[in-house]
Ligand binder design. Structure first.
Ligand SMILES: C[S@@+](CC[C@H](N)C(=O)[O-])C[C@H]1O[C@@H](n2cnc3c(N)ncnc32)[C@H](O)[C@@H]1O
Length: 255
């Protein structure tokens, strides 16, 4: 199993204007592909890339599970739409993302919530020590299919293991096909029209398609179990997007 060392002294500095703690290892250049995408969206007059509504499957999971409070980390939280499911209840919430621009948008919505903190970090590389062994729930919506290199996914799962308390849960949703025989990389680079959110409604702008991986169920299960996580359930999602017709929802627990 890949070993990820915790950052023993988290000396992140505070970006006053963002309200975001940034780990010093996150450098301004080169910017990540998703940071470039968010910048293109905001440059084109978008105030958001994603709609504000939280993820439907996560909402369902929370309303049917017994987990009602504790510490939760939302990995790859982007502009923070899923934070709303936790922000006004008994949760301490940590939103982590590699993109400072998206975190800035998220922070604007939650600046008055003392229990919501944002951390700019690469969640395949670093785990702030204040989160090690502290989390009851870890969420990753739309993150795993961005990690096309298996080593990054294994690092992510090792980090999730380190963050979770024993018995804690990891809820992930990613593009993929539970029933496919193999995983498939979908090439990036093509320019395509995507919908963004502006103050006066939706707008279409050209954006570069990012490379993603459509994991099949067996690969997903193997990687999680090799990381020491226990798969509780795997389901095909309910949400359908024309470009990404299949979703998978996986609930995992730390033994
Ligand atoms: C498809 S978007 C989903 C955003 C958000 N979860 C949502 O549902 O609205 C993927 C997000 O993962 C972030 N991301 C990708 N790789 C990452 C990494 N290695 N560490 C932290 N965040 C990452 C991107 O910046 C982006 O915000």
């Amino acid at each position: 199993m890949i070993q990820v060392k915790p950052i023993t002294s988290f000396t992140g500095f505070h970006l006053e204007q963002f309200g975001v703690f940034t780990h010093p290892s996150v450098k301004p250049f080169p910017v990540s592909p998703y940071e470039e995408r968010y910048r293109a969206v905001y440059h084109a007059g978008g105030d958001r890339y994603y709609k504000r509504e939280p993820n439907t499957s996560l909402h369902q999971f929370l309303s049917t599970s017994q987990i009602a409070s504790g510490n939760v980390a939302v990995l790859g939280c982007g502009e923070g739409r899923n934070i709303s499911l936790f922000a006004s209840s008994q949760w301490a919430v940590f939103g982590l993302d590699l993109s400072p621009s998206a975190l800035h948008r998220a922070y604007q919505d939650y600046r008055d919530f003392a229990m919501v903190k944002f951390i700019c970090a690469d969640v395949t590389k670093e785990v702030p020590d204040r989160l090690v062994g502290k989390l009851d729930l870890v969420i990753a919506i739309g993150l795993v299919h961005m990690l096309t290199d298996q080593r990054d996914r294994m690092n992510l799962y090792a980090i999730v293991m380190m963050m979770l308390k024993p018995g804690g849960y990891f809820f992930l949703e990613s593009n993929g096909d539970l029933n496919a025989d193999t995983a498939e990389i979908l090439a990036g680079g093509k320019i395509e029209m995507r919908t963004i959110q502006t103050p006066v409604g939706e707008k279409q702008i050209p954006l570069v398609r990012l490379q993603t991986v459509m994991l099949n169920g067996q690969t997903m299960r193997n990687e999680l179990e090799q990381s020491g996580l226990q798969v509780v359930s795997m389901d095909s999602g309910t949400f359908r997007h024309p470009d990404t017709p299949r979703k998978q929802i996986v609930v995992v627990s730390r033994r």
